[in-house]
Design a protein around this ligand. Structure first.
Ligand code: 8DG
Ligand code: MG
Length: 132
């Protein structure tokens, strides 16, 4: 089955803290922490999906962003292609608009949170890109 294309944002603030949010318990990979994002809809570019998800989930508008890495991962019940971007500038103040808990953490602190298995590669890449 084709992998689900997912736009994922590593949002970084001026203090080099990274935004994470907790997935709803009932969701796929529920209860774990994640980087905000979601499925790329038909007809949408990955950048459009990224901007839409950040608006819907957090109420922020991304400015500068750049691709960080692609993570293909098969969970068995679902295969995903995480298309991960570093968002280094944004307008607005992030809020959990879907009721999700948010946390701003240093790259080093990311190692203390439980993420879906595919995210280990993302945490490594963020720590390399930003330093920890
Ligand atoms: N957003 C996000 N999804 C991730 C991460 N790691 C990971 O394995 N995934 C998986 C979980 C889901 O199977 C898939 C899509 O994520 P999603 O549930 O956020 O999609 P969405 O926002 O469009 O959700 P919905 O409209 O179905 O509620 O990607 C991550 O760090 N962030
Ligand atoms: Mg989402």
């Amino acid at each position: 089955m084709a992998a689900l294309h997912v736009a994922v944002a590593v949002v970084v603030d001026a203090r080099q803290q990274v935004l994470i949010s907790r997935r709803a318990t009932a969701a796929h990979q529920g209860g774990l922490w994640e980087f905000p994002g979601g499925k790329v809809e038909p007809g949408e570019s990955v950048n459009e999906a990224l901007a839409r998800e950040l608006r819907e989930e957090l109420g922020i508008e991304p400015g500068a962003s750049r691709p960080l890495l692609l993570v293909p991962f098969d969970y068995g019940d679902k295969a995903v292609l995480l298309d991960v971007h570093l968002v280094t500038q944004f307008r607005g103040e992030a809020r959990g608009l879907e009721g999700q808990p948010l946390a701003w953490v240093s790259p080093a602190q990311l190692s203390q949170y439980r993420f879906p298995a595919a995210n280990l590669a993302i945490v490594d890449a963020v720590q390399q890109a930003l330093g920890d």
